[in-house]
Design a binder for this molecule. Structure first.
Ligand code: GAL
Length: 445
């Protein structure tokens, strides 16, 4: 397990080092000439109702919010069209943290009990490799990548962070950007402000809104995870992208003073958050923006998916303060657990996840950009196009809270430490807790 971790750290190093290589295989921002569709995509079958006793396809995810539901249904529709005889069981579980805490708990029990679902949502990177693959619970997918020609349509870096010992273990459906700011145009206009480019400008804006009795920052901390997400976006500008990534490949010490400095920023920023933040859940946080209760949400680009589904248009977007030119990435993927009941149905699910048709059915509603480089750009809106451009030229860093940077146990410790911080605001104790978590996860000697 230790060895795998070390390899994983090297991979995260490669993630940043591979930025240039990635740029060359990033999704095209201008319409590419239509690539010939795969044969299966040319002949859509009529959806038919599966017969009683038909094979089941049970899919685990934590996609239960607006945008997420439409996106997942998009994949299911493609599946039903191609494989009409199979009954799809959508076993999505809401709640917990913003990165699927409740689903992961149920999943672990099922996996340990030898009763895995046919497939489940898993973040590419540390979460996949350091946890499920390291525990020997997944089949490698080299055969499927070969059959489907995926080495030609997924960026190399994504394949690398899906792989252990050179073998891929899951199929990425998207690329999300996590270090984003979604702001209320109306509230920013009300104080004549532009979206803040750094945290100094952010505090100036927050003071102006405070003078009007208006919280600036949305926080949803009924469970751990949301504040930790915001905190990551503070660590990045304080440490810089290279030192940030170094936290996961042994090059940066978790004792670095930058971490305490970022905690100081968070401590100050919490004074400008919605006061009821301990009672707000991730699923409800978007309503704070819709109802004009906060100036902005700092979250990943699943947020526009939720806002679009609520028909809320009065928001703008920009990188989180100090994060311009840095793409903090994560990717949702699906893999093949060992000993699934319906292996063929599961493999066909993965074929859909990796197909152009599947990705173009999923990502427009989700807010993420497709993992494939040959997406049909005409299906995507202005935000997607902006993100596709950024993906081509920005520096890449991995997300902690969304599983790209380190294994599950570290994510949990990280989120819990920041959850405690949100109420206690003890910089020294939290910094010490983070150093301990890093040591426990083998990220630090
Ligand atoms: C992330 C996940 C996204 C989105 C978000 C909110 O971890 O990758 O797809 O679902 O959580 O739950």
């Amino acid at each position: 397990m230790k060895q795998l971790n070390r390899r994983q750290f090297l991979k995260m190093g490669a993630l940043v080092a591979g930025g240039a290589a990635l740029a060359s295989c990033a999704p095209a921002a201008t319409p590419a000439p239509a690539a010939p569709a795969a044969p299966a995509e040319q002949k859509p079958a009529e959806p038919a109702k599966p017969a009683a006793g038909a094979q089941k396809l049970e899919i685990f995810s934590w996609w239960t919010s607006g945008g997420e539901i439409e996106a997942l249904n998009g994949l299911f529709e493609v599946y039903k069209k191609r494989y009409p005889g199979v009954e799809i069981v959508n076993a999505a579980i809401a709640g917990g943290t913003s990165s699927g805490g409740d689903m992961k708990a149920v999943l672990q029990t099922r996996m340990m009990g030898g009763d895995p679902p046919e497939s489940f949502q898993v973040h590419l990177g540390g979460e996949l490799l350091g946890s499920y693959v390291a525990a020997g619970q997944m089949e490698d997918l080299e055969f499927l990548y070969k059959e489907e020609g995926w080495d030609k349509v997924f960026p190399k870096t994504l394949i690398e962070i899906a792989s252990a010992d050179g073998k891929p273990y899951s199929v990425p459906v998207n690329i999300h950007r996590s270090n984003m700011m979604w702001y209320s145009k109306k509230l920013l206009d009300s104080v004549g402000a532009q979206p803040p480019k750094n945290w100094d400008e952010w505090f100036v804006l927050a003071e102006k809104l405070k003078a009007k009795g208006q919280p600036t920052l949305a926080i949803a901390e009924s469970g751990a995870g949301f504040t930790a997400h915001v905190f990551e976006t503070m660590m990045i500008p304080v440490l810089g992208p290279d030192k940030f990534t170094g936290l996961f490949n042994g090059k940066t010490s978790w004792e670095d003073k930058g971490i305490a400095d970022a905690l100081e920023i968070l401590k100050r920023a919490l004074d400008y958050a919605n006061p009821d933040f301990l009672n707000v859940s991730w699923g409800d946080v978007n309503d704070l923006l819709v109802n004009g209760k906060v100036g902005m949400i700092i979250q990943g680009d699943w947020t526009p998916g939720v806002l679009w589904s609520k028909k809320f248009e009065d928001f703008g977007w920009a990188p989180a303060p100090g994060n311009d030119g840095i793409y903090q990435m994560l990717s949702d993927s699906f893999g093949l657990p060992k000993k699934v009941k319906n292996r063929e149905a599961a493999i066909n699910w993965l074929r859909v996840c990796g197909s152009k048709e599947g990705q173009d059915a999923f990502n427009p509603a989700k807010g993420s950009i497709p993992a494939r480089i040959d997406a049909d750009i005409t299906k995507y809106g202005p935000y997607h196009k902006w993100a596709m451009e950024a993906w081509k030229k920005d520096k890449l860093v991995p997300s902690i809270v969304h599983g790209a940077a380190a294994k599950l146990s570290f994510m949990t410790d990280f989120m819990n430490a920041i959850n405690v911080f949100a109420t206690k605001k003890d910089v020294a104790a939290t910094h010490a807790a983070l150093v301990k978590a890093a040591k426990d996860a083998g990220l630090q000697k």
